[in-house]
Design a protein around this ligand. Structure first.
Ligand code: PMP
Length: 404
């Protein structure tokens, strides 16, 4: 049974004070908090079996290797990948996208087209712009509407036999919109284009099934889903991963090295040069286990309740506008108070112990669309409560009074 008070006991940080007030942590879309179970996995690693992996004959190294590869299997199972070697351990979403964008340098030619959605985080825009600069490919944009939804009617017109790649997030970090990725993937495949889905914001809220989606690449970061920073995963269909050239060169990713010629290791090691974030990978596995223990259906139901509760209350504040009113959205509310800079609202909320994000949320094109410098973003996780939302709402009212 889902009980938020019991769950909150797993998160020591939720019991601290900030500026003399109980912390209300509503910056979950930037990074989630870490439960004790994941911290225990980290402490256990450094206390008991800290060793480099894949190369030692000694017991500690083998133990660390087993635990790291066990984490890969946990990730494979969670995302329903066909094979564990389709899971590439990365330092996070940004790393995964750059790895794929770099690989496509040899697969694109001048005049090819790639499509980016208008709702992307900078990390799913800039690496592709760099790719276009390297190859002469053309970047086209799938537009958004006032509700913060993608204009799917425009998608068919953008797609052609010139389209080689489409990249889109599963959920927008700035607005919370859940994008129709299954449809996006189907239509892209119909013209022979591959699709990369940025799942950084989806994985804390739902359980993607990469085979059911038939997605070519799916990337995410552990720190958005109760794991540590600096670790994440890239799922790629085996055929695609075999087609892409190696990314970074170094130890671990080779089969044989001579000064004349180097041959590369098989998947997944071909893309995993150097000593990885071993402890982070193991903790990522622990985070996935933790979230599955809570249950993604429970998480979705409860977070939806929080979203509806907060939306209704915030909309009662005169002059408050919410950006991103898509029918399908997760527990993210981006808003502004009329005539007040989001930064000022965020600073006052912090004084009241409430942590929100302010600014462009690494999604400047979305802010340009709405012609605003940024928003205040409150993003809720399954360990937040309605009482905390009450604190946010009264904080916003106070901020409005003080700043008007
Ligand atoms: N994409 C989206 C949608 C995100 O929200 C984020 C993190 N804010 C990223 C990509 C980048 O993730 P990371 O910094 O962990 O690489």
């Amino acid at each position: 049974m889902f009980n938020v008070e019991t769950i909150r006991k797993d998160f020591p940080i939720l019991h601290r004070q900030v500026n003399g007030k109980p912390l209300v942590y509503f910056d979950n879309a930037a990074t989630s908090q870490t439960p004790q179970q994941v911290m225990d996995a980290i402490v256990e690693y450094y206390s008991n079996y800290n060793a480099n992996i894949h190369r030692g004959v000694h017991s500690l190294s083998q133990e660390a290797t087993d635990k790291y590869e066990q984490a890969r299997l946990t990730i494979q199972k969670h995302f329903n990948a066909k094979a564990s070697h389709e899971i590439i351990m990365t330092s996070g979403t940004t790393h995964g996208i750059n790895l794929v964008a770099s690989g496509f340098t040899t697969l694109l030619k001048k005049g090819d087209e790639v499509i980016v959605s208008a709702l992307e985080h900078h990390s799913n825009i800039v690496p592709w712009q760099m790719l276009c600069e390297r190859t002469g490919a053309i970047l086209r944009v799938l537009p958004m509407n006032d509700e913060g939804e993608l204009v799917m009617a425009a998608y068919a017109d953008l797609l052609s036999e010139k389209t080689k790649l489409v990249f889109v997030n599963h959920i927008s970090n700035a607005l919370g919109t859940i994008n129709p990725i299954k449809q996006i993937i189907e239509q892209a495949h119909a013209v022979g284009a591959a699709v990369l889905v940025d799942g950084a914001q989806a994985c804390p809220h739902l359980k993607p099934d990469v085979q059911a989606l038939d997605v070519d690449f799916y990337v995410t970061s552990a720190h958005k889903m109760c794991g540590p920073t600096g670790v994440g995963m890239l799922y790629g269909k085996e055929d695609w991963l075999n087609k892409l050239p190696a990314y970074q060169g170094g130890g671990e990713m080779i089969a044989e090295v001579t000064f004349e010629k180097t041959t590369y290791a098989d998947l997944p090691h071909k893309f995993e040069a150097g000593t990885p974030n071993i402890c982070g990978g193991i903790a990522f596995g622990a985070a996935i286990d933790y979230m599955n223990h809570i249950g993604f259906e429970n998480i979705a139901t409860y977070e939806h309740e929080l979203l509806e509760y907060a939306t209704a209350q915030l909309l009662e504040i005169e002059g408050l506008k919410i950006y991103g009113t898509a029918k399908e959205k997760t527990s993210v509310i981006s808003f502004n108070l009329k005539g007040i800079h989001p930064y000022d609202v965020g600073t006052l909320l912090d004084k009241m112990g409430v942590a929100v994000r302010t600014g462009h949320h690494c999604a400047q094109p979305i802010m340009d669309y709405y012609k605003i410098p940024g928003t205040v973003r409150a993003s809720f996780a399954f360990y937040n409560t309605k009482q905390e939302i009450d604190t946010l709402v009264s904080g916003v009212k106070k901020a409005k009074m003080m700043l008007s």
